[in-house]
Design a binder for this molecule. Sequence first.
Ligand code: C5J
Length: 228
Amino acid sequence: MSPITLHANPFAYRFALAHTALVIIDMQRDFIEPGGFGETLGNNVSLLEAIVPACQAVLAAWRAAGGLVLHTRESHRPDLSDCPPAKRLRGNPQLRIGDAGPMGRILVAGEPGNQIIPALAPVAGEIVVDKPGKGMFYATGLHETLQARGITHLVFMGVTTEVCVQTSMREANDRGYDSLLLEDCTESYFPHFKAAALEMLRAQGAIVGWTAPSAALLSALADAGVAA
Ligand code: C5J
């Protein structure tokens, strides 16, 4: 199949579907639903919930095209041996990582709040990575997994833009991947942080990567005849 090109910022993004993964960062109940980690830190989680329909549309098109899908969860072991005190001790002192929250222990693997929201739940054959850090490559072995599958390009969605999404894109950049972030499929609790992150990522000739509206990807997939 020939490469697919779409209108993106700061210039066109070109990828081969067979060598590209759709990456969905941390669309977990803990960040998006009331009562989770995000809200306990004092954030308005409804801002994040608003991107779910756009993410669903891209996920459906990507699945229809037969592309690889990768989901991440910010997640710690129940004994918190992978959560440095420096991380655990920051934030809201009333409710820290590992404490009992309304949806189970905050950011702990297996707890209800740690699951991906039902609207974007993984299906059989998709990769799910539990990551103890903000970046998806730290302590996950993910680079080796992607290399073994011949992945060179990553299309990102998810939350939050300036934390786990941006960190993962920067890690990806240093490992040689060409990354695209879908502008309306990512969000922050702080809209000005999202705007700044998008600008930083694509500055200086795509120093970290590209950004584009999801409509540009959807029409490129449709034009290529791989998704409706
Ligand atoms: C945060 C994330 N914001 N997934 N995690 O703590 O961005």
